[in-house]
Write a protein that binds this ligand. Structure first.
Ligand SMILES: Nc1ncnc2c1ncn2[C@@H]1O[C@H](COP(=O)(O)OP(=O)(O)OP(=O)(O)O)[C@@H](O)[C@H]1O
Ligand SMILES: [Mg+2]
Length: 212
């Protein structure tokens, strides 16, 4: 199974979500590979900080569209789950990432909600759907605050689009940044609420994958 985490916007939480999903699935006993497609190599760097006393996750960087496709094909049977950490550039690479994913997750930050990037993204998504029958995609609300009216409006606006949002949302928590600089996921860190929300999100993703 391949989960692609992508969007056309930078800094929305692609790498954070990719790393944390990889960690949760690794703790559930899955053999996980994380493929970093961004030239900033933040997930590759993260893996270098990861110690030996936590479940192993194979991390590799592939920033070229053809190389990504070919290498994913080669490693596909060796892993239970491959997570692709996307790049924000509007390029062939984004289309390849979309087509490769059995499931596509699109993090968005309600505070920086950008309908243009979202509409552009949907164009890419529609194009990907012409190349592959079934591209299942979900928005993931990152730094979501249910108390803020603006956030509720964005949830409603998203409801009008063809791509649904996951039930599970991610709040703004310092634990995400702190865990990341230690090569960890929040599942392995001291913030119980962060661990709980990421576990819920992982379970939701798992139940979607099981129905594919
Ligand atoms: N829920 C959150 N709470 C607090 N900080 C967060 C949260 N999500 C992401 N961040 C922080 O925001 C920054 C950007 O997140 P991240 O690197 O995951 O985004 P990205 O989409 O991968 O960015 P890029 O497009 O540059 O690759 C990071 O410093 C990360 O630690
Ligand atoms: Mg990133």
């Amino acid at each position: 199974m391949i989960v692609s985490v992508t969007s056309l916007k930078g800094g929305v939480g692609k790498s954070t979500l990719s790393q944390n999903l990889a960690v949760c699935f690794a703790h559930m006993g899955y053999n996980v590979a994380l493929v970093d497609t961004d030239t900033n190599a933040s997930s590759v760097h993260w893996s270098g900080l990861r110690e030996e006393d936590v479940p192993a996750i194979t991390v590799m960087g592939l920033t070229d569209s053809n190389a990504l496709r070919k290498n994913i094909q080669k490693i596909h049977d060796n892993y239970d789950l491959i997570i692709i950490d996307g790049t924000p550039s509007i390029s062939k690479l984004v289309s390849t990432i979309l087509v490769l994913g059995d499931l596509v997750l699109i993090p968005i930050r309600p505070s920086g909600f950008d309908i243009w990037a979202t509409e552009k993204f949907i164009e890419h998504y529609d194009q990907a759907k012409t190349l592959k029958d079934n591209v299942q995609a979900y928005f993931v609300l990152n730094e979501y605050n249910p108390q803020a009216n603006l956030n509720k409006e964005i949830k409603d606006a998203l409801g009008e689009l063809e791509i649904p949002a996951l039930e599970a949302t991610i709040r703004h928590r310092v634990a995400y940044g702190e865990a990341s600089v230690m090569g960890l996921g929040v599942y392995e860190y001291k913030d119980a609420k962060a661990k709980e929300e990421m576990t819920q999100l992982t379970n939701e993703v798992l139940s979607i994958l099981q129905k594919l």
